[in-house]
Design a protein around this ligand. Sequence first.
Ligand SMILES: CC(C)(COP(=O)(O)OP(=O)(O)OC[C@H]1O[C@@H](n2cnc3c(N)ncnc32)[C@H](O)[C@@H]1OP(=O)(O)O)[C@@H](O)C(=O)NCCC(=O)NCCS
Length: 182
Amino acid sequence: MKKNYFKVEIVLPRVKLSRFTIKMISEKYIKWMNTSEIIEFTEQRFVKNTKIKIYNYIKDKVKSKNEFLYTINIKDKKKEWAHVGNIKIGPINFIHKTAEIGYFIGDKSLHRKGIATSAIREICKLAKNKFKLKKIIASVYANNLPSKKVLIKNSFKLEGILKKQFVFKKKRVDKLIFGKVL
Ligand SMILES: CC(C)(COP(=O)(O)OP(=O)(O)OC[C@H]1O[C@@H](n2cnc3c(N)ncnc32)[C@H](O)[C@@H]1OP(=O)(O)O)[C@@H](O)C(=O)NCCC(=O)NCCS
């Protein structure tokens, strides 16, 4: 077969997803959940994420039968897995075999390294192989460029636009709905 020497291979960082358990709540995690740049495109920005609220949220997700929260982990300098963000799948509709995903990378210095792209790739595999889903969707603020990019890089397609659905810094912005058939 003729080799394509001009094809550029994008090497994504290796990530490991682990189910979030109560003991994974750390000071670092609580700080992320109260950092405006990390939560500015989520509903979290409207609440003060106290330790007890976070604890109850995680407890709820641990018990849930249709929402599954995972930590995103990468190998640190000591070659140990380090928690750098979260990715959630759910609520899952087991009848229609669909679910929504949401994600963030908590440390801004780790942005733009392909970590979320890898994590979404992994959650798509879990959705298909573990949860036997046929379709995933993700909702994004129209002005959240990195979030749109990570979905497009994972072959999600723009399926819908809800005009001026969200309030963002005193302006109204569209809600984009991306989908991927698995
Ligand atoms: C969205 C988010 C998860 C992306 O994580 P990440 O690990 O940095 O993503 P990746 O590195 O895999 O890819 C990001 C892409 O966006 C691009 N990007 C990042 N910031 C950008 C900016 N300000 N303007 C334009 N492009 C930008 C990167 O260059 C990259 O695209 P490329 O590979 O074509 O260069 C991260 O920005 C984040 O946690 N944001 C806050 C929480 C959030 O918005 N979550 C999504 C809610 S829907």
